[in-house]
Write a protein that binds this ligand. Sequence first.
Ligand SMILES: Cc1cc2nc3c(=O)[nH]c(=O)nc-3n(C[C@H](O)[C@H](O)[C@H](O)COP(=O)(O)O)c2cc1C
Length: 226
Amino acid sequence: MLGDWVSQAIDMINADAIAIHLNPAQEVFQPEGEPWFRGVIDKLRFIKKVANRPLIVKEVGNGISMEVARMLASKVGPDAIDVAGTGGTSFIRIESIRAGTMSEADVFNGWGGIPTAISICEVRSVYDGVVIASGGVRSGLDGAKAIAIGANAFSMSRPLLLAALKGYDETKRFIGRLLKEFRIAMFLTGSKNINDLSKAPIVFGPAIISWLSQRGIQCRHIRHGK
Ligand SMILES: Cc1cc2nc3c(=O)[nH]c(=O)nc-3n(C[C@H](O)[C@H](O)[C@H](O)COP(=O)(O)O)c2cc1C
């Protein structure tokens, strides 16, 4: 049955890849949520086998930890991990607003999750595949920073959704602006290509340094001494 769903979803849009989200925080606070994650690793491995397409595993705005990335890397082997960290759209906040009255989601409204920049470092420290940065990415400059700290690509949901609601031209204009911002960041860091950008010098603020040191994680640049 799971195999049929996967094939149908792929055929529906002739998909080039399949993305599966791990969204426990959203499911647990959704009135109609389904927080049933037992066996998820076996299911992901099965999907990778039957989909015959690259598999992306992602969060939806709470970040992927080093432990989850390590488990995915060793037991599933996804082609990409999209960190979808905190800093942008928050489904805990959305569920809290939807619930209207005081709910458990209110209590967890300040639940940190893993900020996107940190989640990139967490995932990158244990996973050599493609890392996609998302969650609060709002400009080409944000995207360039994400690549400099270890991501291979960046994506965004809310800003593109807002642009898309205004139509095709606005979406095209928005993407054009993003690309321009990204190219300016490359120019200003003397990066001729993405590889150069991924080796650009980086300086972290104290909050990120504290987090990474408590977690025993070194960002790839520090680890490789670049
Ligand atoms: C309206 C809306 C619907 C979303 N639906 C999905 C979904 O079906 N599957 C999914 O993996 N993520 C979904 N997301 C989460 C996004 O993929 C993304 O991880 C999250 O919004 C953080 O990125 P952002 O800060 O750029 O919005 C949705 C986001 C929004 C705003």
